[in-house]
Design a protein around this ligand. Structure first.
Ligand code: FAD
Ligand code: SF4
Length: 511
């Protein structure tokens, strides 16, 4: 049958079985579309990263001898809509079968199902052959359980895939989890190797994006684009990580510093989420490297890394498919505020937010703890509507694709799912930020003060947040200690805290 196969922008899996043979009568189609560039305002580096990687992938297919139709964003015959482009191609090309790989986003999954219903030719969906798990594996694993604890899922994955396991069936190093040793503050030592960066000239693509009039946010250096956009690039980032960064990954996983955008983080998320590399080759390479260098690298470093990929990443995917579409509307704490304007320009006197947002705008990147404990923490403490928070996270990060963005943002960071992903809200006052970073040293605000003019805003916001949600959090055992500390505050102090928090929430631009 004359077949048309669709490849979406995040399905750049060179190793997919589709490409191992050269089936006759098969044409591949890839499309840059306004449908994808406009569903949220994306960071300019994200749009460049996707278009460049897609174009490189199309070249790879052509070099392998495959027949490829590629719609560039300004092509005249590009209708900028998946359904319209597909329908026209199928009728003009007299295709007899349409095939696609299962999308990772609910939105596209629904759209493709609808398109297929409307086609009068045979259709078939294939697995992407990327993840360790299938869409419904997590749901099956937790069937009948009230709590979807990530740790149990992760242990099961370690056993199932025999990763960091001893022959005895026990975990390598005698423990499943070395989280407690992953909390060091970075004090300019050990030295952090420069990131495995790139200096690509992307001026051509940038011109095309501008010509198309796509609205974007953030900055780019068009002569020095710094992200992997091919499988070779991605493998070199992985190699670089194993050789140079793994050795301290776990220790400084939660650390933050004004001078360091990446610390010991891998910068692999874009390559992984576009499927230019697979999670299995990432874990295999890192574990191999660990076993070959066991005398230098502690188990806590590799375990911390494996937990992110084999644990959190697969877990979030499972949560997404279990909970969508309702998850996208969840707002357990009924938060209603707007996101402060400084999220778009980093213009704030709060040093931690200034640096985390600046990093995001300049690099389309922030590491996990900046996302969770700085920007996410502040958004939650100021009771921002999760829709607003989601839109920002989905746009700004180069690795943001809804399945992994929304679960981390609404779930882990904003507690909008009422505790499905995070058993208690990830909020803190300034003291946690001070413990894990050097942000407070040169901040306009004083981290030890609570309610004065120059007091760290996180402090009053924190107690105010617990106070506002008193009823909800009193039911949560994990919040007992903080709630009893809250109860000990006298009414005069609480009044001052409420007043200061209200002024921070109402006048974000003054802070
Ligand atoms: P590393 O720290 O080197 O970690 C290695 C890999 O582990 C990452 O590349 C990633 O694939 C995986 N990983 C680590 N933590 C998580 C996690 N919590 N969930 C899923 N995978 C994880 N990650 C995304 O890929 N896309 C997103 O849109 C995204 N949005 C986030 C929003 C918020 C509010 C938070 C708190 C986290 C978000 N994360 C997201 C998870 C995490 O912050 C990023 O994966 C990580 O910062 C990417 O940088 P890295 O590759 O250097 O990661
Ligand atoms: Fe952030 Fe407060 Fe520290 Fe300033 S003092 S950097 S606002 S935590």
């Amino acid at each position: 049958l004359k077949t048309l196969r669709l490849i979406l922008g995040d399905q750049l899996n060179h190793q997919h079985s589709w490409f191992q043979a050269e089936p006759e009568n098969t044409t591949y189609v890839m499309m840059e579309m306004r449908q994808e560039t406009d569903y949220v305002v994306h960071h300019i580096q994200k749009v460049i990263g996707f278009f460049s990687s897609m174009r490189n992938f199309a070249e790879f297919l052509k070099e392998k001898g495959h027949d490829v139709i590629y719609f560039k964003i300004n092509d005249k015959n590009n209708e900028q809509d998946l359904e319209k482009n597909l329908k026209r191609l199928i009728s003009e090309g007299n295709f007899e079968k349409f095939e696609y790989q299962l999308p990772d986003e609910y939105r596209l999954d629904e759209q493709l199902k609808k398109i297929c219903k409307g086609l009068n030719i045979e259709t078939e969906a294939f697995d992407t052959e990327h993840f360790f798990t299938r869409r419904d594996d997590l749901e099956k694993f937790f069937k009948g359980k009230k709590q979807l604890t990530m740790e149990y899922f992760y242990r099961d994955m370690r056993k199932k895939h025999n990763i960091l396991m001893l022959d005895s069936g026990n975990p390598e190093g005698g423990k499943w989890n070395f989280d407690k040793s992953n909390r060091k503050k970075w004090k300019a030592e050990p030295e952090i190797p420069h990131e495995r960066g790139f200096r690509k000239d992307v001026s051509g693509i940038l011109e095309e994006i501008n010509k198309a009039g796509i609205k974007t946010m953030g900055k780019v250096n068009e002569k020095s684009f710094n992200w992997p956009t091919s499988r070779e690039d991605s493998l070199s980032v992985l190699n670089y990580f194993c050789k140079n960064l793994l050795i301290h990954f776990g220790d400084f996983q939660d650390a933050m510093h004004t001078n360091e955008a990446y610390l010991f983080h891998s910068r692999l998320s874009f390559s992984l989420n576009t499927k230019m590399i697979s999670p299995k080759e990432v874990t295999d390479s890192a574990v191999d490297y660990y076993y070959k260098h066991k005398d230098e690298i502690d188990i806590s470093q590799i375990e911390g890394f494996i937990r992110q990929i084999l644990g959190w990443r697969e877990y979030m995917r499972g949560i997404y498919w279990k909970e969508m579409p309702g998850y996208a509307r969840s707002n357990k704490l009924r938060n209603q505020n707007d996101l402060p304007p400084f999220y778009w320009d980093a213009e704030t006197k709060m040093n931690c937010l200034h640096h985390s947002i600046k990093n995001s705008l300049e690099n389309a990147y922030a590491h996990h703890i900046q996302r969770l404990m700085i920007t996410g923490n502040y958004a939650l403490l100021t009771q921002t509507h999760p829709d607003e928070v989601d839109k920002w996270y989905l746009g700004i990060y180069i690795d943001a694709i809804e399945w992994v963005e929304i679960t981390n943002t609404r779930g882990m960071s904003q507690f909008a799912d009422g505790g499905l992903v995070a058993t208690k809200p990830y909020v803190s006052s300034g003291s946690y930020i001070n413990k894990m970073s050097n942000y407070c040293t040169n901040c306009h605000y004083k981290v030890n003060k609570k309610i004065e003019e120059d007091a760290c805003p996180f402090n009053s916001l924190y107690w105010n947040f617990l106070d506002v949600n008193r009823e909800e959090f009193s039911k949560n055992q994990r919040m007992n200690m903080m709630m009893s500390l809250l109860d000990k505050k006298d009414s005069e102090e609480m009044e001052k805290i409420r007043k200061r928090a209200a002024s921070i929430i109402e006048h974000p631009s003054d802070f």
